[in-house]
Design a binder for this molecule. Structure first.
Ligand SMILES: Cc1ncc(COP(=O)(O)O)c(C=O)c1O
Length: 459
């Protein structure tokens, strides 16, 4: 007998959710008395929940993912056609969309040459971490194995990815962690650790200080987000990236840029690192690669790294002995090809730059009216507004008040985000990452809702 619930019976769907679903990143007690939110439909920038309420989505599926917007039939069709023809074979063999997307991607990433398919951002990062460790064993007797990560950055939810995670509230209670990960200081100028003239260079110099403390012959890689996302929407100040590149070169340290959020258009260039003229050794990406139409993530590297894994074919251990089962699902690259074509055909990088500038202008205008906005920052359509109780002392607004702003926007039908349970005491930054198709009216509607919410919560 077929026991499946009728999908049109939303009361039964809600009851099944309440009885069996374990939602992500959520304390479930309130769901004993409130209904869980269930999203049933999306079109463009808008989503409708099970009560029929319409929302303008200013965070692309809550976590900065649906970059080309909802309801793209051509992506769904490409995935359907591919799955009917050939849905899966392990990536020990190739596939037609796998080759096509790898070629398109590498074309956007001068200097890079190899794509390794996986199915989540955490997993893509782990692939790079494993390669760093294997290179250390192959070349340096295992010694040069340490991986540096930055305070406030996030690289994923697995134990190894959290070992390289700079957000104490995300990590609390999940240790012990994997050895060999070492933290370097954050580079948020608004919260500068010292008062110096060139803070960007100073912050990069702190990385060098950690390398010297640990011993350069023990450090294999440095892993950084191009713009720190969940740790507070942080763009490194001028002077930072050239010094980072110089330091990596000086100590023979591989540079791993985690583009899981920024990759494939979010900041107005194909990749965030391309704003800063740097040459990474590893680039990882996930969320925007197929805008959530299929699960796909990529670890991309250079010929130089790739060649180290095939230089001695007589050694039985001398290759990357790793597999991601669902890295072989063809839905991912089939969706990614169409996603990338849409961004090109609709000129969405230029739109992202223009609409991102409008969002920053609007937020700056709001900060004239609302003293609670201490800092406005961002790149392209990834923007943040840090809320403080006092502009002089920069005392952070309480997380519950920041969440009240988010809730008020939701009640108005606008979904925004905020840093949450990540950096202790600093879960006070509102986050905005609308789809790259956002119009001026959408941007104005988002900041209009924030204006109303700030008045309501802070007066
Ligand atoms: C910068 C960054 N890296 C990695 C990840 C992990 O990606 P996933 O959740 O797909 O494993 C995230 C997720 O938010 C992220 O923001």
């Amino acid at each position: 007998m077929n026991t499946a619930i009728n999908p049109n019976d939303l009361t039964a769907v809600i009851e099944a959710d309440r009885a069996h679903l374990w939602h992500h990143l959520m304390q479930h007690k309130p769901l004993e008395t409130n209904d869980p939110k269930i999203m049933v439909e999306g079109k463009g920038m808008r989503v409708w929940d099970a009560t029929g309420k319409e929302h303008l989505d200013a965070v692309s599926g809550a976590v900065w993912t649906v970059n080309v917007g909802y309801g793209r039939e051509r992506i769904a069709k490409a995935v359907y056609d591919q799955l009917v023809k050939m849905n899966y074979f392990a990536n020990t063999a190739g596939s037609i969309p796998g080759s096509i997307f790898a070629e398109m991607l590498i074309d956007k990433m001068p200097g890079m040459s190899r794509v390794y398919y996986t199915n989540s951002g955490s997993e893509a990062n782990e692939k790079a971490f494993k390669m760093v460790r294997q290179i250390a064993h192959k070349r340096y007797g295992g010694k040069k194995h340490k991986i540096l990560y930055r305070e406030r950055d996030y690289h994923g939810s697995t134990i190894a990815a959290m070992s390289g995670g700079g957000q104490l509230e995300r990590n609390a209670q999940y240790g012990p962690f994997t050895p060999g990960f070492v933290e370097v200081p954050h580079c948020l100028e608004y919260r500068a650790q010292v008062d110096v003239e060139n803070y960007g260079e100073w912050a990069a110099d702190q990385i060098e200080a950690v390398i010297l403390r640990e011993g350069p012959d023990t450090v294999g890689a440095l892993c950084l987000e191009p713009v720190t996302a969940g740790g507070g929407v942080i763009e490194a100040p001028d002077g930072y990236w050239p010094r980072v590149q110089e330091i990596c070169k000086k100590y023979d340290i591989l540079l791993h840029i985690d583009e899981v959020v920024c990759g494939v258009g979010r900041t107005g260039t194909w990749f965030g690192y391309q704003h800063y003229g740097i040459k990474p050794d590893f680039v990882t990406m996930a969320k925007g690669v197929a805008s959530g139409y299929a699960a796909i993530a990529c670890m991309v590297t250079t010929d130089e790294v790739f060649d180290m894994f095939k230089d001695d074919s007589s050694d039985p251990l001398n290759y990357f002995r790793d597999i991601s089962t669902f890295g072989g699902c063809t839905a991912g690259p089939a969706a990614a090809v169409e996603n990338m074509k849409i961004i090109e055909e609709e000129n969405l990088l230029a739109n992202t730059t223009a609409m991102g500038a409008r969002m920053i202008d609007n937020l700056n205008a709001l900060s004239e009216k609302h003293k609670v906005i201490g800092d406005v920052r961002g790149k392209g359509l990834f923007c943040g507004a840090e809320l403080v109780m006092d502009r002089g002392t920069k005392e952070p607004a309480a997380e519950k008040d920041v969440q009240a702003v988010v809730a008020n926007c939701m009640a108005q039908g606008v979904i925004i985000g905020a840093t949450n349970r990540s950096v202790p005491g600093f879960n006070n930054t509102l986050c905005f990452s609308p789809a790259l198709i956002a119009t001026a009216d959408d941007i104005d509607a988002i900041t209009g809702a924030v204006d109303t919410a700030l008045t309501k919560v802070f007066g």
